[in-house]
Design a protein around this ligand. Structure first.
Ligand SMILES: Nc1ncnc2c1ncn2[C@@H]1O[C@H](COP(=O)(O)OP(=O)(O)OP(=O)(O)O)[C@@H](O)[C@H]1O
Ligand SMILES: [Mg+2]
Length: 225
């Protein structure tokens, strides 16, 4: 509850600010692009442009966390959404020489929810996994029907990497907004993902062997057919 409260407050504070920052950035970026076009060896210009892109991404994330998004509730085919997320990340996965294993074992994959938001969750987890690994890592995406005789049954989605792993101290703080160990991280990916999962009556859990691997498990109630 405390985590949700903090997110709500953060949201109200940052929504308007992020929007104004983005408006300002559009003007500045157009200007810098023009300057760079005229003066192609302007080293400082490149730095400015890259920082602008970074700030823009940060503001976009802030708006996402802030906006009480109208979640549309529709049937979502999870395997399709996973494939779409993996398609977007394919160039990065190839460049980093990471092997990808798809293990879709669930016999049914329809949940009720917002496909766009769920895709955002998958992207955040997949990106974290890719970022945690060097060359020759293995990224495994698994789905299966949850065990137990519950109604409705759960769909389990697992994203496993063979990366640096997560120490217990970091595990405690993983889902805090703005907690990051990365130089250019915003620390919002998992906070946003946690919120989206809760809104879908789902859960998100992590297990890790530090120095070796991490496993993020999602569970979502399946749609009654
Ligand atoms: N698969 C993983 N392996 C190792 N560490 C992880 C993994 N996923 C998350 N973490 C740790 O959790 C922290 C928070 O992750 P989160 O996705 O919320 O933010 P971020 O990746 O740092 O930044 P952002 O996602 O906003 O760009 C990361 O900085 C990293 O330390
Ligand atoms: Mg992240």
């Amino acid at each position: 509850m405390q985590r949700l409260d903090r997110l709500a407050n953060l949201g109200m504070l940052s929504a308007g600010m992020a929007h104004e920052i983005k408006n300002g950035l559009v003007a500045i970026k157009t200007f810098v692009d023009l300057l760079l076009e005229k003066n192609q060896n302007a080293e400082m210009g490149e730095v400015v442009r890259n920082e602008l892109i970074r700030i823009d991404a940060l503001a976009t994330q802030m708006m996402r966390i802030a906006a009480p998004q109208q979640a549309t509730h529709q049937p979502v085919r999870v395997h399709e959404v996973l494939d779409q997320a993996l398609r977007l990340l394919q160039p990065l996965i190839s460049t980093k020489l990471i092997a990808l294993k798809r293990n879709y074992r669930a016999d049914a994959d329809t949940v009720q929810g917002d496909g766009g938001q769920l895709q955002q969750v998958f992207m955040n987890l997949l990106l974290n996994a890719v970022e945690s690994m060097g060359p020759n890592g293995l990224l495994t995406v698994t789905t299966e029907r949850g065990a137990g005789d519950v109604d409705p049954p759960f769909l389990i989605i697992q994203i496993r990497d063979t990366g640096m792993g997560i120490t217990p101290e970091i595990t405690e703080r993983l889902f805090e907004p703005f907690f990051t160990t990365k130089k250019n991280g915003t620390g919002l990916g998992l906070a946003i993902s946690h919120r989206i999962m809760t809104e879908h009556r789902g859960t998100i859990h992590v297990e890790s062997v530090p120095g070796k691997s991490s496993l993020f498990s999602l569970s979502l109630p399946m749609r009654h057919s």
